[in-house]
Design a binder for this molecule. Structure first.
Ligand SMILES: Cc1cc2nc3c(=O)[nH]c(=O)nc-3n(C[C@H](O)[C@H](O)[C@H](O)COP(=O)(O)O)c2cc1C
Length: 166
């Protein structure tokens, strides 16, 4: 199975816990991502408390899946640890994608909830989770056992490819 072509955002989950072994595997995948200068300036908060998941689900209008997910992984960028701060968003994007691909490979369902760089979203999560000011609250990944299995959209598009010059 090639998880790149099987992955899709899953926003509905069964009422079944995702084990901590599964979460560790997702975090292994996260930390295996490439990063500028190999800076690995990422950190994570794992959340499984119902009240916290509900609070996060209300932080913006596209965050609803957080309420029903078994666990949330908050992906942070620690600017104190970053050697090339201007590239940290790219590192964290790779990190989130690795989590999604590993979740697919493990038969879990996951969706990326965007926070950074939208200020009001970031302010809410920073305050709620006591995230220090030198950490970027980049994204929240919702993880659960999938309740739905949508159709995969094939997106390959020849017209987007340029050879040699634009
Ligand atoms: C930066 C980023 C932010 C996203 N934010 C949200 C979000 O807040 N809520 C949500 O339900 N999905 C979010 N998504 C998931 C996208 O909606 C989804 O990837 C897109 O519709 C394509 O569908 P697919 O993931 O099933 O291929 C986000 C994805 C990315 C990459």
């Amino acid at each position: 199975m090639n998880p790149i072509f099987e992955r899709q955002s899953i926003r509905k989950y069964l009422d079944e816990e995702v084990s901590s072994q599964h979460i560790i595997m997702l975090l292994r995948a996260a930390m295996q991502a490439p990063s500028a200068c190999n800076q690995q300036a990422w950190e994570f908060i794992v959340i499984d408390n119902k009240e916290d998941k509900l609070a996060i689900s209300k932080m913006h209008k596209f965050a609803k899946p957080a309420a029903e997910a078994s666990k949330l992984i908050v992906v942070l960028g620690n600017l104190k640890k970053a050697k090339i701060k201007s590239m940290i968003e790219q590192d964290l994007g790779a990190c989130c994608e690795n989590i999604l691909l590993q979740a697919t490979y493990d038969g879990l369902g996951a969706v990326w909830l965007g926070f950074h760089p939208i200020e009001d979203r970031c302010k809410k999560i920073v305050e709620y989770l006591n995230i220090p000011d030198y950490c970027i609250p980049f994204a929240v990944i919702c993880v659960g056992h999938p309740a739905v299995d949508g159709k995969i959209q094939v997106r390959f598009d020849e017209s987007k490819i340029h050879y040699g010059r634009y």
